[in-house]
Design a protein around this ligand. Structure first.
Ligand SMILES: [Zn+2]
Length: 225
């Protein structure tokens, strides 16, 4: 009997410790895996179709962090992302920069932004998002707590530079240099003339040549999506 109680105590304690240590915030995979995740923020937009075409040609899956208000005005593109087998995630509703947000209702606003986007994506796809990337990588404790409350993981990135004013060649070379086990790459499906269109296909080839498996964020981090 005593032994049973001990077993129970050990079991219960390990569950508690497990909960206490549940990791919510990631910017790469903590384990060393020969895998990389490609992520696209701020869509859906017109350019999303071009990105989807490249990914399809290269037979790889990516994770799209959708802006709710854009999903609402372009539900067909959201459905196209899902039906192509990609993962969709939450990038909030109106893409507010919470680093500069000064309202006293900040935590409420963060929650609203998360849930409004969740609702619209769910309405379109019947999928409940469980990964969030707050705009500009905002990851202060108020946002992480809100995410945790609603069953989300907060996903930032290990490298991204497609907003920099550099040539496509320089950009491509920076992305290539940043390839590492467990990397999460940030790109945007925002501008129609995005420079990533010029090298995304080659970049995927390069990663494959270096034996990286390209996976979704959930797969990379071993999270249920
Ligand atoms: Zn964004």
């Amino acid at each position: 009997m005593k032994k049973n109680i001990m077993v129970f105590v050990v079991f219960f304690t390990s569950i508690c410790v497990g909960f206490a240590q549940k990791k919510i915030f990631y910017s790469d995979s903590p384990g060393s895996v020969k895998e990389i995740a490609l992520t696209f923020d701020d869509g859906p937009n017109k350019v999303t179709k071009k990105i989807l075409d490249i990914l399809k040609k290269k037979n790889v899956r990516a994770t799209f962090f959708l802006v709710g208000i854009r999903a609402k005005s372009n539900p067909d593109m959201v459905r196209a992302i899902v039906s192509a087998g990609h993962e969709i995630a939450n990038h909030t509703f109106k893409h507010i920069n919470f680093y500069s947000y000064e309202g006293k209702d900040k935590t409420i606003k963060i929650e609203e932004e998360l849930l409004q986007s969740e609702n619209i994506i769910k309405k379109i796809t019947n999928i409940k998002t469980s990964l969030v990337r707050f705009p500009y990588g905002y990851s202060k404790s108020d946002a992480v707590e809100v995410a945790k409350k609603w069953g989300y993981y907060v996903i930032n990135w290990s490298f991204g530079c497609d907003w920099e004013k550099v040539t496509a060649e320089e950009m491509y070379s920076k992305y290539k240099k940043a390839a590492k086990d467990g990397a999460i790459f940030l790109m945007h499906d925002l501008n129609e003339n995005s420079k990533i269109l010029l090298f995304l296909s080659d970049f995927i080839d390069e990663l494959k040549k270096s034996n990286y498996k390209i996976v979704t964020v959930s797969e990379l981090l071993g999270l249920a999506s």
